[in-house]
Ligand binder design. Structure first.
Ligand code: ZN
Length: 363
């Protein structure tokens, strides 16, 4: 088993591909291969498999790979009372980037019970590494569901935030070290983030002592997102609108898209004081990054993020990818971070000062 590193600790956005015996491969909404007890066993096996793979390649902060949920938003919604799943309506989501058939909120929202208890406890019992569990963020949930009850986006978001908080507190008791909220909608509704998005996140993390994180990306590597990215121009400046507000928030970590994106790297300086999970692995291509490429992105980010706050990560979840490709990309992530540690010495200096230090101490 590989050692745990004290800097440039690697982690992933959250999801990993499901093995073909668990669910249809290469799909964002895969059908399960089994049902009942057999499905529960298959989810358990896949969770353990990915924990082992992450540890063996050298990922420092591991996840359960979202092996027990069909989709990152609906995996939570299934456990919420007040939503009518028998009635789905067509809705343009992420500001009409794509249409989805979404269920309808028809009454007061309430959790039916625990959402991720089984997989969180399973993972906790089988790894000594730091464990991260992801939940969908309130704004992203609100953008993925129709509402005929609250009839007010902010009220609906706060109602979901309350439920997310219940589950997050329970996950903390299960021994989870990092709870991450996935908010791809933050990159779309920039004014709403400042008006109520961060307030809703604060409601979701209320009372938590564990590390909290928000993941804000430009979406999975699916065609609708690739097409949308083409419309965003030569420089993506969405983060510039929301990072200053996030820097003032009580969220400890921000996970963002970096490699192969058109995000100007200097925007990272707007997250002063936060841990920054820098995307050094592209999930929109099957091409495997070299260790040098990964290390180069880490070096560039290091100009704006102190080493102790820099966590190499994937741009987004890897759920819809090929399993072998995802595993190779995990290896590239670990290898790139290892190369950066080697190149930059042990004290987090810039490459130049590390180099001159080596010269000085050479005997
Ligand atoms: Zn993402």
């Amino acid at each position: 088993m590989s050692q745990i590193h004290d800097r440039f600790q690697t982690t992933i956005a959250g999801s990993l591909p499901k093995p073909a015996w668990l669910a249809e491969p290469n799909k964002l909404w895969p059908a399960w291969r089994a049902s009942g007890a057999e499905l529960e066993r298959a989810k358990r096996d896949a969770t353990l498999l990915w924990l082992k793979e992450q540890e063996d390649v050298g990922i420092d902060i591991v996840t359960e790979g979202e092996q027990s949920r069909q989709h990152f938003v609906h995996g939570f919604l299934e456990f919420v009372d007040g939503i009518d799943f028998s009635r789905k309506v067509k809705m343009g989501i992420r500001n009409n980037r794509y249409d989805a058939m979404v269920p309808v909120v028809g009454g007061p929202l309430r959790l039916k019970g625990r959402v991720h208890e089984v997989e969180a406890r399973l993972a906790r019992g089988h790894t000594g590494r730091k464990l991260k569990i992801t939940l969908p963020g309130p704004m992203t949930i609100v953008d993925t569901i129709a509402d005929e009850f609250y009839r007010d986006k902010v009220k609906l978001a706060l109602a979901f935030a309350e439920l997310l908080n219940q589950e997050a507190r329970a996950l903390e008791k299960d021994g989870v070290d990092v709870i991450q909220f996935d908010e791809p909608a933050f990159n779309v509704y920039l004014d709403d983030v400042k008006r109520w998005g961060i307030d809703a996140l604060h409601r979701a993390i209320e009372g938590l002592k564990c590390t909290t994180c928000v993941h804000i990306c430009y979406g999975y590597g699916i065609q609708a997102n690739i097409d949308w990215k083409r419309t965003l121009g030569g420089e993506w400046r969405q983060y510039a609108e929301i990072f200053p507000a996030l820097a003032k928030s009580r969220i400890k970590q921000v996970s963002l898209e970096c490699i192969h994106s058109k995000v100007p790297i200097e925007l990272l300086k707007l997250l002063k004081g936060k841990d920054v999970l820098v995307g050094v692995i592209d999930v929109a291509t099957d091409r495997i990054e070299s260790a040098e490429e990964v290390s180069d992105v880490i070096e560039k980010a290091l100009q704006y993020v102190p080493a102790k706050h820099l966590f190499p990560c994937t741009n987004c979840g890897m759920a819809p990818m090929d399993r072998e490709v995802a595993l190779k990309k995990l290896r590239a992530l670990a290898a790139g971070a290892a190369l950066a540690r080697k190149k930059l010495g042990n004290r987090g200096q810039s490459p130049i000062s590390a180099k001159s230090r080596r010269k000085k101490t050479r005997r």
